[in-house]
Design a protein around this ligand. Structure first.
Ligand SMILES: Nc1ncnc2c1ncn2[C@@H]1O[C@H](COP(=O)(O)OP(=O)(O)OP(=O)(O)O)[C@@H](O)[C@H]1O
Ligand SMILES: [Mg+2]
Length: 468
């Protein structure tokens, strides 16, 4: 049983097709050739018959002798590869409808044929077994006579052995050519089917390996057709899966790290207090640390919940008109960002009276996330510039810092969930990597856009567009 593969389907379909076409061509060719050879033979015998009539006429006119006639007929016979008999019957025999002839001399069939010939008809047979030659013969019989008076018959017997041998040779050539054509086409079809199916095989193996969780290289398919496009799409998909998988791992690492660190210190301090290792007068100091750690944990779980909520579309925006400048001032006041420990200068440029229609609480959340990043990732005495400009009936908000910047390989991913450029999580200021993802989702829920540009080592600019 042939395995059901695209290769076998292609290969066998085309092979069967080619064999069928070749067989039909070969059969038609040999049939046509057969007909042609016999047709030619008959033509030849007819021409010789005409010649024989002439010779017989000459003999009757006594222009040639009997032996000359016989010689000429022999020559004519050997030229046409046949035996020629000219039978002349006397008038009595001809008048007698019952035609008494020496049957011994004649083949069985010939007796009936002779009757037809003497009635003025031409009789021809492509193939007839002759007792006289003990072989198959082609036969032609024509009446002979002057005017309407039939005097006899001229009979041609051409043994078919030679013709058969000839036809067999030609048939052999035809069938051998067909076989060679089938073999050559078979090889071509095999190679073509292989060429078509090889990329599919590569993709199949790639997909199986990928599904088994193995790391695979990009598929190398250069067929220049749809399969190459498919392989490219496969490579893209594979890379995205890899990225997603890496992000998932990072996430697991981050979250477990972020959850474990505060829990470990809380657990340590509480245990120390219970064991009496911490003196009661030091309790407030450690309780403060425990509170900070607890806050961190709450912040983290809060962010995770928030992200899940926004993503599932659970939050609805409470839009209203508000003044952008005032809201930004409020943010800087309430968070105390201006008086930051790194002495970073925070400049703001926002036109007076500029209003937008948005959810003010979420707007603040967005700005806090962006400014928080700018402060986190900018060194001491750095500068952050917040610029607001009206655009297309909405506003464009830019937060520019001269901090550490983002490496080009990280830039496309910073809006992804849990993505952090610093994977080591050694950095003191490191967060969960959810901030920008939440920010992006909130901006988009407002119908806006957010983008980032950065020069590594020099600074970052985050630009947000809010529609009016
Ligand atoms: N202004 C910036 N300068 C340099 N890198 C930045 C800046 N803003 C964001 N990044 C990079 O993008 C990453 C993702 O930012 P995001 O705010 O999502 O996460 P986070 O700040 O690490 O954590 P959190 O969830 O607490 O905000 C950051 O880890 C940081 O590597
Ligand atoms: Mg952040």
């Amino acid at each position: 049983m042939v395995k059901k593969t695209i290769f076998s389907k292609l290969f066998f379909t085309y092979l069967i097709l080619i064999i069928a076409v070749m067989a039909v061509i070969a059969v038609l060719l040999s049939y046509a050739f057969n007909n042609y050879v016999f047709g030619e033979k008959q033509q030849e015998m007819r021409a010789a018959a005409a010649e024989t009539v002439l010779l017989l006429g000459k003999y009757e006119q006594a222009e040639i002798t009997y032996s000359e006639l016989n010689d000429s007929l022999d020559i004519l016979g050997s030229m046409t590869g046949s035996r020629i008999y000219a039978i002349r019957l006397n008038p009595e025999v001809l008048a007698n409808k019952n035609l008494v002839l020496d049957k011994e001399l004649l083949d069985a069939y010939l007796f009936e044929d002779l009757k037809s010939i003497l009635q003025g008809k031409e009789v021809s047979r492509k193939k007839q077994y002759s007792d006289r030659f003990a072989a198959d013969v082609a036969f032609l019989g024509v009446p002979y006579g002057q005017g309407n008076m039939i005097e006899g018959a001229i009979l041609f017997f051409a043994p078919l052995d030679e013709i058969y041998a000839y036809i067999q040779k030609i048939n052999m050539i035809i069938w051998c050519s067909a076989l060679v054509a089938v073999i050559l086409s078979g090889i071509m079809i095999y190679l073509t089917a292989l060429k078509i199916t090889r990329p599919l095989k590569i993709m199949e193996e790639g997909a199986i390996q990928l599904a088994a969780g193995e790391q695979i290289n990009d598929l190398a398919v250069h067929s220049g057709d749809e399969l190459e496009k498919m392989a490219k799409a496969f490579n893209n998909m594979k890379n995205q899966i890899n990225t997603a998988e890496n992000m998932r791992r990072d996430f697991m690492a981050s979250v477990s790290h972020d959850l474990r660190t505060p829990l470990t210190s809380i657990n340590g301090f509480v245990q120390g207090m219970l064991d009496g290792l911490v003196k009661p007068q030091d309790y407030p100091k450690y309780l403060n640390i425990i509170k900070t750690e607890t806050n961190r944990l709450m912040g983290l779980t809060g962010e995770i919940l928030e992200s899940a909520k926004i993503q599932s579309g659970e939050i609805t925006l409470a839009r209203k008109y508000f003044l952008v400048g005032n809201t930004l001032e409020e943010i800087l006041e309430s968070t105390g960002m201006r008086e930051n420990p790194k002495n970073i200068e925070l400049m703001m440029d926002c036109p007076d009276g500029l209003e937008i229609y948005a959810d003010q609480h979420r707007f603040k959340q967005i700005l806090i996330n962006i400014l928080d990043n700018a402060l986190k990732y900018t060194g001491k005495n750095g500068k952050i510039k917040l610029t607001v400009t009206p655009e297309d009936g909405g506003i464009k908000l830019s937060v520019q810092d001269n901090g550490k910047g983002i490496a080009p390989q990280d830039l496309p991913f910073i809006f992804e969930k849990f993505y952090r450029a610093d994977k080591s999580r050694q950095e003191v200021e490191g967060g969960t990597g959810l901030g920008l993802n939440i920010t992006k989702m909130l901006v988009e829920q407002h119908g806006g856009r957010i983008s980032a540009s950065s020069t590594y080592g020099q600074g970052t600019e985050i630009v947000i567009f809010f529609p009016g």
